[in-house]
Design a protein around this ligand. Structure first.
Ligand code: NAI
Length: 781
């Protein structure tokens, strides 16, 4: 192209980045890679290839890991872990800092390798992926440094198995490896089969940094290798990013194994444009929301919701912008849209779009390169909210759109999805923005911006987008556990008896559902005896129908989640006051039930615990993260929703209160299943609740068999989290049944907790009662 022609067309000329150094690095490594185990490379085999999706050329040969490779990797990681943790925060910080420096030094090599392997435009790998990777290592070098002073009760989990996808290969590695190493864990990481090269180059960097052998192990291969990691007995934690389908399978296979689990899965994130938005900015935002990385982004703003009055103008401006998107060789610095990762993914996008007959399809008039995996930027307008493409993740450069009339309708449409990863909203009205952001069920909300990420702001989802956060202080929870070793929980057996009632009056307790005492649906009750065999009373045996009623009542009490912490504190104090008025009676009841002498201590601790969470109700604050933009990321703590809990068997009153109080203090509604062996203290407690202004449906209490109710409660799609402190072995059942809607679980894996001590309360309960939502608010024009 001549200078004259350039002036006439005002078009960009080609500006390709050289791939010479990247190819030289591949050749230098023999163009074939083994696994990086215990600080050295295994002999490479040519089991599969990494290909450049922009032209189909083979980049390198890779090795499919065997079970022996995985065993060796886990063994190396296990051996290296105590020494690595023992280095202390400063010792580890120095290595993380060295890794960050090396990543910076070789940033161009990493950017080009990423673009070659994945197909993303070099502009993105160079300006977004790789700088974010470096930032993640720097940030977590700081976390390692601060661990001892700021997290004095935390320790490493041990060996972490990490499985990552192909859309941000090195960035996902950084999100997983940096916090794990910072907290003293060692890792076995598997990159996605399409994009292993930058992970292998990272192994090279680990060697250069002199990282102790076994701290980072990288194994390559497909999903079967992933499965070998998730099912390995000697791994303490699994961190997975990928599809919701595989995430659910991992939840099922790890159920009951005691492995800690975080899942970062799919999304169908709403991009809401109100009629007072700065339309041109909102359109530029959309380019970054859905055509960034060819739309292969878990939090892509893939569902456009535009207010009716501006819809026509918005769509026509959007089409005009789409027509200017440049597509082609991803190594060209002027390219906006590169190649889709693999022919399989291209086929899946094509099939989904071709299979749709709803709405009106528009495709950008781009000339597709003759070879390679390219898909034209696509917009489908006029879709019904129930349309398949409105609900299913396409994971390609395809935007679907519908309109709304009112803010309330926008929220309803945005939340009408099984996912809950991210949302974007555009409006010039700050009141509207800050009114809507908390109402969106999403882990991240961007206001007048989109796809902003930073190591300081936790990223992660709700609902079927998974759980756990990556980044920020909250991300560290996923890589630590409390100090100390847990004791085994002994089963608590109910007493049997043949004596008559202690009190001749009928003491048949009921269930407590929707603020009312309710008879059980099945009409069955069971006798509860004291240690001496005397009949203390009868309690209903709740069945699935009672459980469904309790969940419905909890769902109906949504207003509680919108109340202020101050109001919730008042109610918790009031419960404590009313319990205190009946102290002796409850203490006697607890002693009769357990045959022990802890009654008075249990009641006293219950009152204190109610005070503790009344205190926390208006003090468990969020944070304003110092992200590197002119603006803030507000980490807001929100209630999880409806929490079901199997209460401790050995502490009939205190066990109930220890689960109920943090949950309701944080704005959740609860379905509590009482101690199975000693349920009567909880049933007496109904009267305390009734006189304490607790709104109907906030606390629902069931009595009966834990084992019978575990699967129905954990499988109920309207329950958001299930906890188990039961002495019955429910952990496996609950975790497996939770996979249906990926509800959060907190189970005891057979470990005891001393409810009378500080172990029975505190931050872990507050964390389990809240979800962190990061709301990004940039400042300025
Ligand atoms: P995937 O979920 O199958 O793959 C992600 C990672 O998991 C890869 O490393 C893969 O080897 C591994 N894996 C696969 N099966 C496994 C198993 N049973 N156990 C353990 N690990 C396993 O995703 P895939 O097939 O590459 O893409 C399919 C769809 O998933 C995409 O179209 C997209 O909708 C979604 N996806 C979402 C991502 C996200 O960031 N949320 C990332 C990648 C894909």
């Amino acid at each position: 192209m001549t200078v004259k022609e350039i002036f006439e067309t005002m078009d960009y000329g080609p500006a390709p980045e050289s791939a010479a150094d990247a190819f030289a690095w591949i050749v230098d490594q023999g163009a074939a890679f083994g696994h990086f185990l215990d600080g050295t490379w295994t002999k490479p085999r040519k089991d599969f290839q990494s290909k450049n999706p922009a032209n189909g050329e083979t980049l390198a040969d890779l090795t499919q890991a065997s079970q022996e490779d995985i065993d060796a990797a886990v063994k190396a990681a296990r051996k290296a872990q105590p020494k690595w943790e023992g280095l202390g925060g400063h010792g580890r910080a120095k290595y993380l800092y060295a890794l960050a420096r090396l990543l910076q030094k070789h940033s161009r090599l990493f950017a080009v390798l990423e673009t070659l392997d994945n197909g993303k435009p070099i502009r993105e790998s160079r300006d977004i992926d790789i700088p974010q990777v470096q930032r993640h290592f720097y940030y977590h070098a700081g976390m390692a440094q601060l661990m001892e002073s700021e997290l004095p009760n935390a320790q490493a989990l041990g060996v972490c198995g990490q499985i990552i996808p192909w859309n941000f290969p090195l960035l996902m590695l950084a999100w997983k490896v940096a916090p794990a190493l910072a907290m003293g864990n060692t890792v076995v990481l598997k990159p996605a089969e399409y994009t292993s090269l930058t992970a292998l180059a990272f192994a090279d960097i680990c060697q250069q940094a002199g990282l102790p052998a076994g701290v980072v192990n990288i194994v390559t291969g497909d999903g079967t290798v992933g499965e070998m990691i998730t099912t390995h007995e000697d791994i303490d934690k699994i961190a997975f990013t990928g599809s919701t389908e595989v995430g659910k399978r991992i939840r099922e296979t790890t159920a009951g194994t005691g492995k800690s689990l975080t899942l970062e899965l799919g999304g169908k994130s709403a991009y809401i444009v109100f009629d007072d938005a700065d339309i041109d900015s909102a359109i530029e935002g959309l380019v970054d929301a859905i055509w960034f990385n060819q739309g292969q982004v878990c939090c892509a703003g893939s569902r456009l919701l535009v207010q009716e009055g501006i819809a026509e103008r918005f769509h026509s401006k959007l089409k005009a912008r789409m027509a200017t998107l440049r597509m082609g060789n991803p190594l060209d610095k002027c390219i906006d849209v590169g190649a889709v990762v693999d022919p399989t993914q291209l086929q899946s996008i094509t099939d989904m779009v071709d299979g749709n007959t709803d709405g009106v399809l528009y495709q950008a008039p781009v000339t597709l390169p003759v070879e390679g995996c390219f898909y034209a930027p696509t917009l489908i307008t006029g879709l019904a909210p129930s349309s398949k493409l409105m609900q299913e993740e396409i994971f390609g450069p395809v935007l679907v759109s519908t309109t709304f009339r009112t803010p309330t309708e926008a929220v309803a449409l945005a939340n009408n999805t099984r996912y809950g990863l991210a949302a974007t909203l555009w409006t010039e009205n700050v009141n509207l923005a800050l009114d809507i952001a908390p109402k969106l069920v999403a882990g991240v909300v961007w206001v007048n911006a989109t796809n902003l990420f930073d190591a300081a702001a936790g990223f992660g989802g709700r609902r079927e987008s998974g759980y756990g956060r990556e980044g920020g202080w909250e991300g560290l929870c996923a890589y630590t556990k409390p100090k100390g070793t847990a004791k085994a929980l002994k089963p608590v057996e109910a007493f049997s008896g043949d004596k008559g009632p202690v009190d001749p009056l009928d003491r048949t307790a009921k269930l407590y559902i929707g603020g009312k005492q309710a008879r059980p649906d099945g009409g069955y009750s069971q006798n509860i005896y004291g240690k001496n065999g005397a009949l203390l009373g009868q309690v209903p045996i709740a069945n699935r129908k009672d459980l469904r009623n309790a969940v419905e009542a909890a769902q109906g009490a949504k207003g509680w989640s919108g109340t202020t912490g101050h109001l919730r504190a008042q109610i918790l104090y009031y419960i404590a006051e009313n319990l205190s008025a009946r102290k002796e009676e409850f203490a006697t009841r607890v002693n009769l039930l357990t045959g022990g002498k802890t009654g008075a201590a249990e009641v006293e601790t219950s009152i204190r615990r109610l005070f503790t969470y009344a205190a926390w109700a208006d003090k468990y604050d969020g944070q304003a993260h110092g992200v590197p933009i002119r603006g803030v990321a507000l980490a807001m703590k929100e209630p999880v929703g409806v929490i079901g809990a199997f209460c401790a068997d050995d502490a009939p009153l205190l066990g109930l209160i220890s689960a109920m109080a943090p949950a309701i203090a944080m704005g959740n509604r609860t379905v509590l299943v009482t101690s199975e062996a000693y349920p009567l203290a909880a049933t007496d407690f109904y009267q305390v609740l009734e006189t304490s202004d607790v709104p109907a449906g906030v606390v629902n209490i069931l009595t009966g068999s834990h084992a019978e109710l575990a699967t129905p409660l954990a499988g109920h799609l309207d329950v958001d989290a299930v906890w188990s402190f039961s002495s019955s072995p429910l952990s496996q059942e609950i975790e497996a049944a939770s996979a249906g809607n990926l509800k959060r679980t907190w189970v005891n894996n057979g470990c005891a907790r001393d409810w009378l001590s500080a172990e029975g309360e505190g931050h872990s309960f507050l964390e389990a009662s809240t979800e962190v939502k990061n709301i990004w608010v940039p400042y300025g024009e």
